[in-house]
Design a protein around this ligand. Sequence first.
Ligand SMILES: Cc1ncc(COP(=O)(O)O)c(C=O)c1O
Length: 397
Amino acid sequence: MRSLDDFASQKLAELDAAHLRRALVESVREDGLYITRDGRRLLSFSCNDYLNLTHHPALKAAAAQAIELYGVGAGASRLVTGNHPLLHELEARLARLKRAEAACVFGSGYLANAGIIPTLAGTQDLILIDELAHACLWAGAQLSPAQTLVFRHNDVTHAKDLLARDRAKFRRALLVTDGVFSMDGDLAPLRELGALCASYDAWLMSDDAHGLGVIGDGRGSAFAAGASADVPLQMGTLSKAIGGYGGYLCASRPVIDLIKTRARTLIYSTGLPPAMAAAAIAALDIIESDPALTRRPLEKARAFAARLGLAEAQSPIVPIIVGEPEAALEASRRLAEQGFLVAAIRPPTVPAGTARLRFAFTAAHPDEEIARLAEAVRALAAFKPARKEPERCPPSS
Ligand SMILES: Cc1ncc(COP(=O)(O)O)c(C=O)c1O
């Protein structure tokens, strides 16, 4: 249709002009470290495969065996016929790792957040959200009729001020935050937020997509630095350190029972394929039996940050903010010339003026390559990291 095509073409032209058009590049991951794209083999610092488990023989064997026995797809929603026993085994394993009573597995992390938040917060309720929370936490909040208030990034005092001012006007309150911020690599102050929420009868939910398997001996960011925070809603994904696909929530038994009967993205979406559950169980076996492995990505990130004189890394993610999208793209291109894949992250994924290189370290990155990468980064014109104050607005498309 003419008007539809005109609309799309004009939008694309605007994005091109601002260097904000995204492109899907064909990428073949060979082994959990190297990627072939555009005919070039690059060492990737852009995968969230923190423990290199996507290609681990034990996970492949578990998934292959489950496909052989149970087929490729789940066939229907979990509420109909897609509720394979492997999903229950995986839920028990996740709950044990997270020291929760129960768990619910979703089709993906995005689906989990889009289902959990509107199930728990409705009209007359309040959602508090960190300004830098992941897009799918925002999506969950946008799907709820609750009033949403934004608190400044990791600012417990600001969250407290908002609760002190407004908590009494609402029936229930839900505070949502990333556990590890995916584009900044910093950790949420979960212990302080847990105490704050307890004192205002607010429910704390953390999205630990980037914490599971790599922080707190693999238990996640609620267990960082050897202590545990009071986080009654621990959400996460199976697509990063776990090496597969799927999402989950760990919580008390009544909360999980409610989610399983009410969350729309669980009910009206096909169940996670049994092979993904089998692979995730194999990944949890590795994580639980090898705490040294879970510590390695953070050690690598810290070694890289130390070489460049950056602040100590708190997670395997290290950002270098360069400012404008064009500069980030150019820096990424320069690193690719030297054999490194480091994605340029641009608005709206990050606030305007804070386009960046995002480095994600994995357990198997060779130390000498990390040293070579640090030298390549030091040589970049863009490497004058000046942090600009982020804009305070939700991500949009
Ligand atoms: C913080 C965070 N939450 C949720 C998700 C979504 O998880 P999934 O890829 O399983 O949909 C991601 C990334 O993809 C993420 O970075």
